[in-house]
Design a protein around this ligand. Sequence first.
Ligand SMILES: Cc1cc2nc3c(=O)[nH]c(=O)nc-3n(C[C@H](O)[C@H](O)[C@H](O)COP(=O)(O)O)c2cc1C
Length: 359
Amino acid sequence: MVLPVAARHDGMTQATPIVAPLSGAERLQRRMARGTAFLGSQTAIICGAMSWVSERHLVSAISNAGGFGLIACGAMTPELLDAEIAATKAMTDKPFGVNLITMHPALFDLIEVCSRHGVGHVVLAGGLPPAGSIDAIKAKGAKLICFAPALSLAKKLIRSGVDALVVEGMEAGGHIGPVSTSVLAQEILPDVADKVPVFVAGGIGRGEAIAAYLDMGAAGVQLGTRFACATESIAHPNFKKAFLRASARDAVASVQIDPRLPVIPVRALKNAGADLFTAKQREVAQALDEGTIAMGEAQLQIEHYWAGALRRAVIEGDVEHGSLMAGQSVGMVTKEEPVADIIASLMEEAAAALAQRAA
Ligand SMILES: Cc1cc2nc3c(=O)[nH]c(=O)nc-3n(C[C@H](O)[C@H](O)[C@H](O)COP(=O)(O)O)c2cc1C
């Protein structure tokens, strides 16, 4: 906005216009512009896919509130995914995406279901995209988002045609890598943020952190834990209560008990379920020793264990023996509130932080 001509100290007027500083909200909008253009949403806030939690209700609520929702396909069959996408479309006319797990045995059928529905964004989680999957996803014009756990892999993914990256640190809920969000962001953003949009995830609970990652070059952010207890989330009331009671220190990473059986650590709230996981690892390690299963099958069994345990907590409300996957930002989840309020708070906090910046 151009203000009236300024008066000079010697009484003369000069023609140089004074440009009013941008408001925090305008700065936020500018910093998110690349992310919102890529996602087609109002804000560059993605609600990360959470198995059992990220279904039609939460996903449509997120997209309707200006965020970007992702259906967690998890272990769904192609038929179930088909129904979930159709139901989500009936609840929102805003864009949303689908998160697929690379090791799903029917991955290509699931991609076909997404294509048939014209899903605009597909996230591949759980490892590098298998041969042919990138072309299959992009063939009908969908944009592909992948997780980059290190700079070398980020570059490799970009070379193979991935359209955007998620950089997720070990503060996050669910399956995690070994490096923190702040370190990963410093490692990856300076080199690749100008090549593809990068969304930072893990441990984000407030808008000030969003503003900081945008300032570092991120196109947007991805949050999971902060949305798990939203009013629209179908998670069992016991699951939500456990989140509301927990602090950052309660969200701990699982421990690998056998060096021969590499298991991806999972961050979840401490409960008796953690002991059950230890027992499961022993059982699978023993089967490996006895030669009754191969390594691939062993790892698949571990993944099935997590899916079952998460269902037990999220759907059945067994918060003692199920898995309460949660990130360290769980301490910032203080009440059950509508998705629109959560997004509004995050945006206000980010805008207030940016209002303090010089430009
Ligand atoms: C309960 C729960 C379940 C999750 N399930 C999945 C999943 O199925 N697939 C996936 O890619 N990420 C999954 N995540 C990770 C989220 O998509 C998101 O990246 C993560 O929660 C971001 O970090 P934050 O929890 O610190 O916000 C899950 C997270 C939580 C808390």
